[in-house]
Structure formats: C-alpha cells, structure tokens
Write a new protein. Structure first.
Length: 105
C-alpha cells in the first residue's frame, strides 16, 4: 500500500482570502485527528496572501477517501462555495517511500 500525498494551490480574490483562512481552522484541527492522517496543513503563500497551499499525506488511498466523506470536509466545502475562488490546481501523488531529506555535501 502506497502513501498518498495531495498538494493543492488555490487562488482566491483579496476579499475571500480571510474567509478561507477562518473556514480552514476547524477542518485542519479535525483532519489531523483522523486515522491515517500523517500530515495536513494549510498555509498562505509568503509572496501572495491570496494564494493558499494545502499539503496532506495519508497512509493509504482508503484513508484519504474516508477523509473526503467526513462531515467537517462537507462543512468546509460548503463554506468555500460562498468564496470567490479564481483558480485551483489539485495534484495527487502515490509515494513509494518517505524519509528525511539529506542535503548534499
């Protein structure tokens, strides 16, 4: 079974960025408690506060699928429907191995 990672880039309008940040807080807290969640984070881009990055890592596709069916994800998506999302790119990766990055000498 492969680890599954998801990276999302979201471009919001200036008016919607603060609302997205507020809506994200409860989903982050709840998601981090889910079985199979190895990492889940949402952050604003340091060069553009209207760009949001979501990064998540799951023990399996089944764990990710279960996450996507939770009530807190449904509530979050409902809140996001009221926001002006200008662009979104979602990438899913199957990871064969995970380890620490060692800087070259």
């Amino acid at each position: 079974m492969s680890t599954v990672s998801v990276i999302v880039r979201i471009q919001l309008s200036a008016e919607s960025a603060p609302g997205y940040a507020e809506a994200a807080k409860p989903v982050v807290a709840a998601t981090r408690q889910e079985p199979g969640c190895q990492w889940y984070g949402i952050a604003a881009d340091v060069t553009d506060p209207c760009v949001i990055w979501v990064s998540e890592q799951w023990a399996s596709q089944a764990d990710l699928d279960a996450h996507l069916k939770t009530a807190h994800v449904a509530d979050f998506l409902k809140a996001c429907a009221a926001l002006e999302i200008l662009d979104m790119e979602v990438r899913r990766y199957e990871v064969a191995s995970v380890g620490d990055l060692v800087m070259p000498e």
